[in-house]
Structures are given as structure tokens and as C-alpha cells.
Design a protein around this ligand. Structure first.
Ligand SMILES: [Zn+2]
Length: 226
């Protein structure tokens, strides 16, 4: 009751559109949930995410759930999650995506959901990894394991090189290190990032998992930017 009275004066505001949220436990309002442009990539055999990663790593399947465009709600919500500390946005994105994946045959056999780790310097600065909450909610909807301790980011940024993907691969320009790769032998992993742009960071992590015997790699991001 007290909570209801308080909410009359301090209504919960949607992190996307800044309008009052009627379901007071939500950070993303119903209107934004309906309005955000979905890609439906997870339902396609081939899609733009898979084309971005082609030739850089081997994946079973990959998807982005929404389109990220300058000024759209998806961008506003990403900003709230990454820079305003509204971790609940990540949780809710993960719940929405996880619910869809749980009904998708391709994603039934996932053993581990793994967020793309931040470099330690960046994590200290931000205080949290924005991908943790997304991956945790997806793992919970898929009834599988959330794992964020086994991958370390050893380089803060992907190198800007003019070499082709294949030449770069031969140079073994590692961004990530997997602590105990044997855990992932004969397993399926779903790697989670927030936004995919060129795919170079995500493909670098996927390629690292490709070195593990019989490890099947899937990738997913909340949004794709173009
Ligand atoms: Zn909203």
C-alpha cells in the first residue's frame, strides 16, 4: 500500500521512453517492448549476423534480436544499461530473448551461456559488465548454466589492422583467454554480447572456443547496428 502511494508521487519511469511504467517492477515499459524493431534472425537458417562472422570463426548459429538505430528506443535502453547502471534493462532484455530461444529448437541444447567479458580496467571503471545480466536471464530461461568466470579479456580493444581476417587469424592476435578449456569439451556454448557492429570482437571470442575439441559455438546479441 505504501509503495502504491509513493508511486503516485514518484512513478517508475521507463528506461527507454521516460514515460511512467504501469507494471512497477519493469524497467522497460510495454509500449517500448512492442515498439522495438525485431530482426527474427534466430528463426532464419542464414542471417546478417552469420554473414558478419563468416570466415572469421565457426559457429552453429547466431542472431541479434533487435535493430539498433541512432535515436531509437533500443539505443536509449543500451545507453541506460551501459552508462546509467540500470542493470534491470539487461535482465529484461535477457528474459524477452530467453523466452523466444526456449521455444526455438536450435537453442535447446545450450550447456553454457557466456557473456563477453570486459577488460579488467574497463570493468573497474564501470563497476559491472553489462552483458552479465543479459546472459544470466537467458541462461535462466533456457534452464542452463550461466558462466562468467572462465573467460578473461586480455586486451582492452580489438586491434585496428588493415590485414584481412585470415592474415589476422594467423597472427594469433588474441583478445581473450579461456581459463579451463576442458570444461567446454563436447559442450554447446552461447556467447552473448550487447551490440554487434563489425563482429570482430565476438568472432575473436568464438574463434577461441573453436580451438576446444567438439565445442559447438552459438552467438547472440541484443542488437545489430548498421
Ligand atoms: Zn518505454
Amino acid at each position: 500500500m505504501l509503495k502504491e502511494i509513493i508511486s503516485l508521487f514518484y512513478p517508475q519511469i521507463c528506461a527507454g521512453c521516460q514515460m511512467p511504467v504501469h507494471k512497477s517492477t519493469w524497467a522497460i515499459c510495454l509500449n517500448c517492448r512492442i515498439k522495438m524493431p525485431r530482426t527474427k534472425f534466430q528463426t532464419f537458417e542464414e542471417n546478417p549476423v552469420m554473414r558478419l562472422l563468416q570466415g572469421k570463426c565457426d559457429i552453429e548459429h547466431g542472431f541479434s534480436f533487435y535493430y539498433f538505430k541512432t535515436g531509437n528506443t533500443v539505443q536509449d535502453l543500451m545507453h541506460a544499461l551501459k552508462y546509467k547502471g540500470i542493470i534491470k534493462v539487461g535482465e529484461e532484455f535477457g528474459q524477452i530473448i530467453g523466452q523466444h530461444l526456449s521455444r526455438n529448437k536450435r537453442y535447446k541444447s545450450i550447456d553454457y551461456v557466456i557473456p563477453l567479458p570486459l577488460h579488467i580496467s574497463k570493468k573497474r571503471l564501470r563497476g559491472y559488465n553489462q552483458c552479465d545480466s543479459i546472459a544470466q536471464s537467458i541462461a535462466s530461461k533456457l534452464n542452463t548454466v550461466f558462466e562468467n568466470k572462465m573467460v578473461i579479456r586480455i586486451k582492452a580493444t580489438a586491434s585496428q589492422t588493415t590485414k584481412s581476417h585470415f592474415e589476422r587469424h594467423e597472427n594469433a592476435d588474441k583478445i581473450f583467454k579461456i581459463k579451463r578449456p576442458e570444461i567446454f569439451e563436447n559442450k554447446s556454448v552461447l556467447l552473448i554480447d550487447d551490440v554487434i557492429t563489425t563482429g570482430s570482437t565476438l568472432s575473436s571470442l568464438a574463434a577461441e572456443f573453436n580451438t576446444i575439441p567438439n565445442c559447438k559455438v552459438y552467438v547472440g546479441t541484443i542488437a545489430i547496428a548498421n
